[in-house]
Design a protein around this ligand. Structure first.
Ligand SMILES: NC(=O)C1=CN([C@@H]2O[C@H](COP(=O)(O)OP(=O)(O)OC[C@H]3O[C@@H](n4cnc5c(N)ncnc54)[C@H](OP(=O)(O)O)[C@@H]3O)[C@@H](O)[C@H]2O)C=CC1
Ligand SMILES: O=C(O)[C@@H]1CCC=N1
Length: 266
């Protein structure tokens, strides 16, 4: 990836997280990164690192090996129309981050030979901890490996079938917000039982990090670890059961489904 030129067209919340993650990577040359948005001033702080920040999407796209689309879904067709005249099919790859916009829909705006991928990272890309789900069209295995390599530099990546991209959006991208809302609620509980907000927050943050890393590093099912915490007749199981009486798991599953159903309507 060191020599690949990357343009992020529409560098907002997600694009900026990706840019930050890439810039942390020793493998990546900041001079190969171009970011665009209509009001680019908010990204000028990245220029001293060697990043190009402009508002001209065509200029950014014409010069890039990988063109990453970070705009909102409804902007994708217009952006593709705008940059199509400068694209070089067979020589460049388009990677869309947009939720719910299919490869087929994008293909109608592009030369049929254009290598096209969808990628669904999350904002933890900022600290190189994203999970990115990828699917593609017209791309060789080598190209797919390049895209994987790009997203592996900001976390981990998996290749999935396109019909699962919306599910990947919900679980991997919206999921960050679900977990953070859970953490906020746990912090509020911590304040009610005696901690000041800062201390409660610190305890919750490290507890969540420890729980996630335990499951990841040991490769075990969450319930297996839960069994080790729930002392018979103890306080954990009482708390967990009370949460379930109030619909904790049901609320999470219903929330996941509501997000998923919303994508269908985007
Ligand atoms: N946020 C997230 O966690 C995730 C988002 N996504 C997807 O990523 C995409 C971006 O989401 P997000 O980053 O949250 O959205 P943002 O609104 O933060 O970013 C979109 C950016 O596009 C820019 N933009 C709008 N129109 C143009 C244009 N014509 N030319 C150039 N830039 C333009 C906007 O800046 P300006 O107004 O200055 O032009 C804005 O900064 C969406 O498609 C979303 O579905 C996917 C996974 C996770
Ligand atoms: O809320 C959204 O629509 C976007 C897609 C996934 C995360 N943010």
């Amino acid at each position: 990836m060191k020599n690949k030129k990357i343009a992020i067209i529409g560098c907002g919340n997600l694009g900026t997280s990706i840019a930050h993650g890439l810039l942390e990577s020793e493998e990546f040359n900041p001079q190969n990164l171009t970011l665009t948005k209509r009001h680019p001033e908010s990204l000028f702080y990245l220029q001293p690192k060697g990043v190009t920040v402009i508002s001209d999407n065509s200029q950014a796209a014409s010069d890039a090996d990988l063109v990453v689309l970070g705009v909102k879904p409804y902007n994708v067709p217009n952006i593709l129309k705008e940059i199509r005249p400068v694209l070089k099919p067979g020589k460049q790859t388009i990677v869309s981050l947009a939720t719910g916009v299919t490869l087929e829909e994008m293909q109608t705006e592009l030369d049929p030979n254009t290598a096209l991928f969808r990628a669904m990272p999350n904002i933890a890309a900022d600290i190189q901890e994203s999970i990115t789900c990828i699917c593609g069209k017209n791309g060789s295995t080598e190209l797919e490996n390049q895209i994987k390599c790009l997203f592996n530099s900001i976390g981990i990546s998996i290749v999935i079938e396109e019909h699962l991209m919306e599910a990947a959006t919900v679980l991997g991208a919206c999921g960050v917000a679900y977990v953070l809302r859970f953490m906020r609620a746990m912090t509020q509980g911590g304040i009610q039982i005696g901690f000041d907000a800062k201390t409660a927050n610190m305890i919750v943050n490290q507890t969540v990090k420890g729980a996630a890393e335990l499951i990841i590093k040991k490769g075990i099912h969450p319930e297996e670890a839960i069994d080790k915490v729930t002392t018979p007749k103890g306080c954990t199981i009482v708390g967990l059961n009370e949460m379930e009486h109030h619909g904790f798991s049901a609320a999470m599953v219903k929330g996941v489904l509501a997000s998923y159903n919303k994508i269908e309507k985007l």
